[in-house]
Design a protein around this ligand. Structure first.
Ligand SMILES: [Mn+2]
Length: 499
């Protein structure tokens, strides 16, 4: 859905979820400003049993004169947009309205609303609104109150930016021009004395697993930031390598994860714990997620949340093998020989898009890559938008250039951020096709159990292979072990049939 599609309405009411948080208010306020500038009649409202009392929320509302109104059940003329929530869902009072739109970043809960934009992969509703108003050429940075509110919304929903995962979240964070003095005040007005007590009580009642050295902590209802605060503390315990801190709020379970174990990535564990019932992600050491109560009740009705986390974690630890490529020997006896197919991939010589010696970030769905641009680096772009740098010399030796644009329909096409001037270069405008010259052979087998491979070129970070992905080893180098994703494998390799 595009915001311009909503232009047919002259009366627009934007509704935050009940008991609104900074994300809902930030996203709602940005929409409010956007539609106001289009000359619409706009109201920003919330409903429910409770009026806002949290100190940081009162502060942001006051600081920017955000015209948010508390309403009881009312009838809506014109269009109603629910933001950071879905019309008809449990966390938002259902108001009488004939025309409805949804803008949200949680798991889809309602189906019957046509006009909806739900992107569950984003860390905040603020990011989604930022993207939507950008597409309408509305420059948020001309409204410092709006950009600061968006910033604070993402801050709040992502454990203080530690649980960011998607490149769009990072793009917004990098590009917002904000009022730092306000943010400083807000960051230091998060805890109430009551919440300090909640943190203390939560830590007293932890469940510790000795065998795997993880701890699960349940907190009472509190701001999501407190979960991060509690987990940071718990991880510092000498015998705790991984911790999960959660609480139950009306529509689900919010959790925060920390890990200092190199074989356990917090973001991956977050995705595992919420698989099929919510969403989760973040960084290697810090991550978080959300589980929808409805999905949880449907799939795990017999468990309480504590039992669920303890069981799921134990299952996780049993779910994978670990391979250290440099020292482990991999038998190829049960593996099949494959030849790499000649598929066009994309490439961009880095200095075609930024000046020599510029510090840059290459941003992809898989994460950020820090580089210093020089004439010798070519960015190769794979069929799923994955980027791997190569040298000019290797490129010339191994690839033939095709004079065609490399166009892929991706959720996020790789981009480059110039760290000197913060400009963004969208690589889809520059990528060209090339094909590999040589022949390449591997032994591979589909995984029956998940695996974590510490490859020979990165001993700090492992490659994760899910069941169904392929474990591969180069035919001519038995220490070059790695994982190939199922989709990529089927599009890239053919079995070699030996008669
Ligand atoms: Mn949110």
């Amino acid at each position: 859905m595009k915001l311009s599609e909503l232009n047919i309405y002259s009366n627009i009411v934007i509704q935050c979820h009940d008991n609104p948080d900074p994300d809902s208010i930030g996203a709602g306020y940005a929409l409010y400003k956007f539609f106001k500038c289009q000359g619409k009649q706009v109201r920003l409202i919330y409903s429910g049993e409770l009026k806002i009392t949290k100190p940081n929320i009162l502060m942001i509302v006051e600081e920017f004169n955000i015209p948010i109104e508390y309403v009881e059940k009312i009838n809506i003329e014109g269009l109603l947009i629910t933001v950071d929530c879905q019309y008809g869902a449990g966390n938002v009072t259902k108001l009488n309205a004939r025309h409805i739109a949804i803008i949200d970043h949680h798991q889809p809960e309602v189906e019957e609303i046509d006009r909806s934009e739900i992107r569950s992969f984003l860390a905040s509703a603020c990011t989604l609104v930022w993207d939507l108003i950008n597409q309408e050429n509305f420059n948020v940075n001309e409204h410092i109150d709006v950009s600061t509110a968006l910033y604070y919304g993402l801050f709040n929903d992502s454990g203080g930016f530690t649980e960011l995962n998607h490149p769009l979240d990072k793009d917004m964070l990098d590009s917002l021009k904000i009022d730092n003095s306000v943010i400083r005040k807000l960051k230091n007005s998060v805890l109430t004395l009551r919440e300090l007590e909640i943190a203390g009580m939560a830590l007293i009642r932890h469940s510790y697993n000795e065998a795997n050295k993880f701890v699960v902590v349940k907190a009472q209802e509190c701001d999501p930031n407190i979960l991060g605060f509690i987990s940071d503390l718990a991880l510092q315990v000498d015998s705790v390598y991984v911790c999960v801190v959660y609480n139950q709020i009306n529509r689900g379970i919010k959790f925060s994860i920390r890990s200092c174990d190199k074989e356990i990535r917090a973001n991956e564990l977050a995705a595992y714990l919420s698989e099929g019932i919510g969403s989760g992600g973040g960084h290697v050491e810090k991550a978080g997620g959300f589980i929808s109560q409805k999905e949880f009740d449907e799939k795990h009705a017999h468990l309480n949340a504590d039992e669920y986390f303890l069981r799921r974690l134990t299952k996780y630890y049993k779910s994978f093998d670990v391979i250290y490529s440099m020292k482990d020997y991999l038998s190829v006896e049960d593996m099949q020989l494959y030849k790499k197919r000649v598929v066009p991939v994309g490439f961009v010589p880095i200095t075609d898009v930024v000046a020599d010696n510029t510090p840059i970030i290459i941003r992809t769905l898989e994460g950020d890559l820090d580089l210093l641009a020089n004439e010798d680096i070519y960015a190769m772009i794979g069929i799923k938008g994955e980027v791997y740098p190569t040298t000019k010399e290797k490129f010339r030796k191994n690839y033939t250039i095709l004079d065609e644009r490399y166009n892929l329909e991706l959720e996020y096409f790789p981009s480059i951020r110039n760290k000197k001037d913060s400009s963004i270069i969208h690589l889809n405008q520059y990528a060209k096709k090339c094909i590999s010259k040589g022949e390449s052979y591997i032994y591979a087998k589909p995984l029956k159990k998940a695996v974590k491979v510490f490859t020979s070129w990165d001993i700090e970070k492992y490659m994760y292979g899910k069941i169904g992905d392929y474990l591969a080893v180069k035919k001519d180098d038995n220490h070059d072990i790695y994982v190939i994703e199922k989709d990529i494998f089927s599009k890239t390799y053919d079995p070699v049939i030996i008669n």
